[in-house]
Write a protein that binds this ligand. Sequence first.
Ligand code: TIU
Length: 227
Amino acid sequence: MVPDKVSIVEAEPYPFEFWPAHCALVIIDMQRDFLEPGGFGEMLGNDVGQLRRTIAPNRALLDAWRKAGLLVIHTREGHRPDLADLPPAKRIRGRGEKHIGDPGPMGRILVRGEAGHDIIRELYPKPGEPVIDKPGKGAFFATDLHAILQYHGIRQLVVTGVTTEVCVNTTVREANDRGYDCLVLADCVGSYFPEFQEMGLKMIKAQGGIFGWVGKSDQVIKAIGKG
Ligand code: TIU
């Protein structure tokens, strides 16, 4: 049993009241196609180094989180092999040569069951840890994430993963509207674009924490250690 008590975690715009027994770690889309050299992300011309710097801090946080027996949830962006859940608008967006579902460097792009769709080895889910397969950018859209969180009595989320301005921001906004407090960890989220990393975090913590808080993983690890 996780003790039902609060720790204060340094964060912006003001300290975050961390209730570990009611808080889940949500690791967004740390998938091979987004992070690995030779994957879909790099094929599109993106600098995967901007995302790879998040791997080590996520790993340290995940180790501490698991050791404390807290709930961790992993998400993956992707689609059914028959692409029945892929809106045509999403498929053709970008006018690129390659679309979701086409053969890519690590199997069919963003299709469930393909190598590139899976989570990177360093952060691979353990048996029993929920993995949410999501067809959209937000982790609540067309998934059972909210039901799983409610079942576990979760009221807060520590959010990490990629990319900061796309799937992380969308998920935090969805979570905010569903009544969850979100703490986003700056060193554990990444964008291909440094300016979007900065602004993506500013947008969350602006206006008194309009969507949530921004903090750092070492502060959360410290708080777990004291738990
Ligand atoms: N997971 C996620 O953010 N999906 C994306 O497509 N991100 C981009 O930044 N493209």
